[in-house]
Design a protein around this ligand. Structure first.
Ligand SMILES: Cc1ncc(COP(=O)(O)O)c(C=O)c1O
Length: 451
């Protein structure tokens, strides 16, 4: 398929859109009307024809310090010219150790061993393998079942797909990993509609874990994996007391708790991790995205020392203890970007800034209550979800149309994410109050204009 009018999109006339099989995209309709980004800086993207788009989503929940930040750009450039690549299987380079130390020092207390991956999906599968390897090393190999949660998203690799709870992502791949089960999602529109921050009702949803423990027996369960705040399935904020309860039930039965912090890590809630925000510490924590401002693919799993030590000490001396890793684990460019990013977060007080801006973001977001089609609004930190009434027989179409119309808005275009009929906002943490107002105004006018 060729672009109908490639010059209008600022692309070379001979550019073909056919070859690239795009991820998580309706390829045919997208290629009929492509939305192309060619440059980014600070809070904005630019299209090839020079339109400036306000980034309401930090790319994909990942560019927390804003785009093309100079210290990060320079660190990557320098590193590419110094040590472009180094294997990390039985070899190492200094930046990898430095990066792990920086992350361990900012992590919740006790999570001080860091395994590098290249994405959130790889982090999820790595954590699942660590949990199973831990129980095996500890002499309880029957503990293999992983409990996820409905509407959970842990990426697209096999472990994450199976432990995830989004039916559309799972339906073509039944039972590729044996031994998973799910507790119910925490969303409760009837009781918690238009909540600001953590909803009041639903701590008892964690009790369902007790039911699964009775059903499977604790001696067979390795770990529970949840996003402390679910983002991809449409911004589902945990009810007050829910995560504490989940932690207590895991403790009672000796089950490991994994927090997937791929979205919530690195300031999204105004704290380094959601674990700090909620004051609930997991045993394993996955992250990616904003770890290095998404400038180079990277992820990580943070493990309690005891989990690390159990696996390491179970193997005979001189043998590889955990047979797992990626060619690009701790890639030098990713590590350089990580160190520059984390320094920038500190130098500019970016997490504190997000914390200070969160109440203003919340207030602006909730002005959309009463806007056309809106049936719920929810928020936490610098994350917002606006749920729309689905069109009869066409679930997701209204939000897709809103997304496109925000992007093509004549005066103040904005990038807004959608999932099902929920619009999701997660701007770079450097967003100003005026930009928040503009983002909400664009969404408000677009909602008025669509059926
Ligand atoms: C909670 C969570 N886990 C895992 C992932 C997968 O990350 P990636 O796309 O980097 O593989 C995502 C992506 O949005 C996520 O939100």
């Amino acid at each position: 398929m060729k672009l109908e009018d490639p010059n209008a999109a600022g692309l070379r006339a001979e550019l073909s859109l056919a070859e690239w099989w795009m991820p998580f995209t309706a390829n045919r309709s997208f290629k009929d009307a492509p939305r192309i980004l060619s440059r980014a800086e600070g809070m904005h993207y630019w299209t090839p024809d020079g339109r400036r788009i306000l980034d309401g989503t930090a790319g994909l929940w990942c560019v927390n310090a804003g785009h093309a930040r100079q210290p990060i750009v320079e660190a990557i450039q320098r590193q590419a010219a110094t040590l472009d690549y180094a294997p990390t299987f039985n070899l190492a380079h200094p930046l990898a150790f430095e990066a792990a130390t920086v992350i361990a020092r900012m992590a919740p207390a006790g999570l001080d061993r860091v395994f590098f991956t290249n994405s959130g999906s790889e982090s999820a599968d790595t954590a699942i393998k660590m949990a199973i390897a831990y129980w095996r090393a500890k002499g309880e190999p029957s503990r293999r079942i992983i409990i996820g949660r409905e509407r959970g998203y842990h990426g697209v690799n096999i472990g994450g797909t199976m432990a995830g709870g989004i039916p559309g992502n799972r339906k073509h791949f039944p039972a590729m990993m044996a031994g998973v089960d799910h507790i119910r999602a925490t969303h409760d529109l009837a009781r918690n509609g238009f909540s600001r921050g953590q909803p009041a009702h639903g701590a008892e949803f964690a009790d369902e874990l007790e039911r699964l423990v009775t059903f499977h027996d604790a001696s067979n369960i390795a770990a529970v994996i949840v996003e402390p705040m679910a983002g991809s399935a449409g911004v589902l904020v945990p009810p007050q007391g829910y995560l504490e309860k989940l932690r207590a039930i895991c403790d009672k039965h000796g089950i490991l708790l994994i927090f997937d912090e791929v979205i919530t890590g690195f300031g999204r809630l105004g704290t380094p991790f959601a674990a700090h925000y909620f004051n609930v510490t997991p045993d394993l924590l996955t992250c990616a995205k904003a770890i290095n401002n998404a400038a180079v693919p990277m992820g990580a799993v943070l493990a309690r020392t005891a989990i690390h030590d159990t696996i390491i000490n179970a193997a005979p001396a001189g043998q590889i203890e955990f047979l797992h890793g990626y060619t690009y684990s701790a890639h030098p460019l990713a590590c350089a970007a990580l160190l520059a990013t984390q320094q920038l977060y500190v130098d500019e007080g970016i997490f504190e800034r997000a914390r200070a801006m969160a109440p203003r973001f919340e207030a602006a977001l909730h002005t959309l209550k009463g806007a056309r089609h809106v049936i719920d609004i929810r928020n936490l930190g610098l994350v917002g979800g606006i749920e729309l009434e689905p069109r009869a027989g066409a679930v997701g179409r209204r939000a897709l149309e809103a997304h496109v119309k925000c992007f093509t808005h004549e005066k103040t275009p904005a990038l807004v994410r959608f999932t099902g009929d929920i619009l999701a906002l997660s701007p770079p943490l450097i967003i100003s109050e005026d930009q928040i107002a503009q983002l909400i105004d664009t969404i408000g006018t677009v909602l008025q204009s669509i059926d």
